[in-house]
Design a protein around this ligand. Sequence first.
Ligand code: FES
Ligand code: MG
Length: 569
Amino acid sequence: MSRSVEFYGGEDRNAYIHRAWMRRGVPDHAFDGRPNIAIANTASDLSPCNTHLDEVAQSVKNGVYEAGGVPHNLPMVSLGETTMRTTAMLWRNMAAMAAEELLRANPVDGVVLLGGCDKTIPALLMAAASVGIPAIVIPGGPMLNGTFRGRPLGCGTDVWRLSEEVRAGGLSNREFRATESSMIRSRGHCNTMGTASTMAFMAEALGMTLPGIAGTPASDSRLLERSHATGRRIVELVHGGVTPADIMTKEAFHNAIVALAAVGGSTNAVVHLLAIAGRLGVDLSVDDFDRIGGGVPLLVNLQPAGQHLMEDMFRAGGFLAVLREVRGLLVEAPPTVAGRSLLDELEDWEIWDSDVIRSADAPLQRDAGIAVLRGNLAPAGAIIKPAAATPGLLTHTGRAVVFDSVEDMRARIDDPDLDVDADSVLVLRGCGPRGYPGMPEVANMPLPRKVLERGVRDMVRICDGRMSGTAYGTVVLHVAPEAAAGGTLALVEDGDLIELDVAARSLTLHVSDDELAARTVAARLQDAYAAPTRGWEQLYIDHVQQADAGADLDFLVGATGPGVMRESH
Ligand code: FES
Ligand code: MG
């Protein structure tokens, strides 16, 4: 018996209640066992990257009706990356939990997941994995290319670049401000290879979208066409009883990690994929990103690693044209939501602009994987994206300049008396899941003005937080355990020598174990950690896991499934 029939079928009082209140234009045959489809819709005026999703939802509805199903718009918790304080990541798990419970509580048989901005697709996939009903993702798509004075402007990436130019004295504040509406010129999510673009591609690599849809610009007619097709397909998927766990296997995650490297995707994908895998019981570890992604060539010439933007990538052949180039590194995974395996889908895709999408024998870089570092400073791991770093800094030893919080860093970074030079290693702590809370994107901290003025544009930076997928630099991030969870990071002092050796995969604090044992965590650092006394923040810091476990809440790991036994009345 389908889930919706469990609610609507029969003659008793509860079935009456479930049916009767739904009769506001819903026909009687909606209750006869045909697939009832939720459209998990993250449209919100305060998630600017997702505002167009109501129109997408309408196309899904049309497709669902056409295939004989019954669609229901189901508004979700929506997270705007640039609008929310302290960081949208603080609510990824809340959005996932709310979506999971809403899907389980309601009379639906399948779901179409509408996401866009960074955290929305991860949260929806975590939820769908834990509920276990058939699901298909529609990525909302990127904005059109921005340009300013004839050159492309990339969302995020050029904010970091231009703001450093202002600080270095090369650009006026007036000119900086004039770039705003040239950068953000249409509906859709960030048009760089940031987290939103990356997670759209991850959803497709995992098999959870119709093939070829990820990366379709938000304002392209083909997004609505594919959304209509998705509406039709989810009805078939419900009839076939195919669940997210049937699709997102370890092999699918293998392919996602290869894809992540080939497109030069965001480091944020590491925590999101680990969290999704945790819901499914798929045995994925942070080391898999290094093991599987190592040696995969970077083929996509997009900001922040390259030059172009998402609209160019779509025009150049799109995501599956990229994957076709690395198909030798992919493994056979179960059929995608469309019914064929990802490898079978690759046949029809070609590269139309080889400057934007490189062939495997002429890559942008030979090795685009994410490196996982260990050592006394990161026993549970830290990561770095060498493709976004300065090659000469990948092996580097320098004196630590330590900041206890983002506020401390902002207050002192431009101080002419700060004891820092280009060889120093900037350390920012208190920014992990628990300490901040929510693990904000602050690891790509600005360089000290006096170093910038000497023309230096990169330094080694180390942080227990994350960095925007649109950012670049020699940044070691996701240090685990974080300072606030007892990590060695809390014991680093100004002047300590820190050695980064990416080739050896090591991150070492050159302070003896004895001396570390004698050190205590400074009171001013402990004062900088978040100390909520109620509400979501308290629940979050009491239960959030470290970055190497995807920063999910401990009690949300795994799946409850779709069953609900008890009635409401
Ligand atoms: Fe929404 Fe970048 S801010 S995708
Ligand atoms: Mg972000």
